[in-house]
Write a protein that binds this ligand. Structure first.
Ligand code: GDP
Length: 295
């Protein structure tokens, strides 16, 4: 994960690690290399500049401390800044309600259905919840079948209404059904499109208005870099979602989406998903991710 970014950052620290003293010149050189590494990871220019300006400011401010080496100091500062950029601390996830409703949004192919299965499995096995999955895609019968397969795999019931072409009423009926059956959490997997479009946004916004979800999660493919960030902006403007799910971190992703989504939409990444197995869902910890990036 983020191998290229890790390697580039490591090489950015190479020179300063050999220095006995920190100076304005070696700070400036290191910061320039860090900025280049971020840009190559598909971090937008403005964010990369702001990031490195802060690193520089802190490094200059702390240069009098002699107890740690210049290299250690720079790594520590960058680690702190990366953590802050990705949200600082772990975000909460609210799955309490009678039942709690979690609405899953995102483009087609982003990994919504796979994530829905993983989240159901996580809530069932780790949080002891009785979960209902809802296949609320009225356009693609295959999407309903896909969720049913995943539901069976994780032992969670899947609600669907093949004949019903009203996504809002399916969601409402599913919640009524969940109440009747004593379920604690309802996960609604909605229809996506290949690109942001008005009809899709209206549909998800209408479902949101009708069911008042505890959580609205926006699922995005980390492989799509800056596009992921732009899509997040479009969905957030419309849905005011509560958190982001970053998928496909097992692929050869550059890191830009993970680093900048929080900054751009001011919403936390809550989960990351890396793989198609149902037990590969992870809570997102900004500090651990920063540590991992810096090796
Ligand atoms: P949806 O259209 O948003 O519901 O997306 P799907 O859940 O159907 O996922 C689209 C494709 O990406 C499928 O082939 C999934 O198996 C795959 N996929 C989903 N999540 C991940 C992941 O974290 N890693 C990898 N490698 N593939 C994933």
């Amino acid at each position: 994960m983020f191998n290229n970014l890790s390697e580039r950052l490591e090489s950015a620290f190479k020179n300063i690690k050999g220095e006995a003293h920190i100076s304005e010149l070696n700070i400036a050189n290191t910061v320039k290399d860090i900025r280049r590494a971020l840009l190559e990871a598909d971090v937008n220019y403005k964010i990369a500049k702001e990031f490195t300006d802060k690193v520089k400011e802190r490094a200059l401010g702390e240069k009098v401390i002699n107890s740690i080496s210049p290299g250690q100091l720079m790594v520590k500062i960058v680690q702190d800044q990366l953590t802050e950029l990705m949200g600082g601390t772990e975000a909460s996830f609210n799955a309490d309600g009678k039942p709690a409703v979690v609405l899953i949004s995102g483009l087609q192919g982003s990994g919504k259905t796979t994530f829905s299965g993983k989240l159901a499995n996580y809530l069932k096995t780790k949080k002891n919840k009785a979960v209902l999955l809802v296949a609320d895609d009225i356009y693609r019968p295959a999407a309903i079948d896909q969720l049913k397969v995943l539901g069976e795999q994780v032992g969670v019931e899947v609600y669907s209404e093949v004949e019903n072409k009203d996504a809002v009423s399916i969601a409402q009926n599913a919640i009524a059904y969940a109440k009747e059956k004593g379920k604690n959490v309802v996960i609604i997997d909605t229809a996506g499109r290949l690109a942001v479009d008005e009809m899709m946004m209206n549909e998800v916004a209408n479902i949101k208005a009708a069911v008042n979800p505890n959580e609205i999660l926006f699922v995005v493919d980390s492989m799509t870099g800056q596009d992921a960030v732009n899509t997040a902006k479009a969905f957030n403007d419309r849905l005011d979602f509560s958190g982001v799910v970053l998928t496909k971190l097992d692929g050869d992703t550059r890191g830009g989406a993970a680093l900048t989504i929080k900054y751009t939409v001011q919403k936390p990444i809550k989960f990351v998903s890396s793989g198609e197995k149902m037990d590969t869902l992870d809570i997102f910890y900004p500090d651990r991710m920063a540590q991992r990036i810096l090796g």
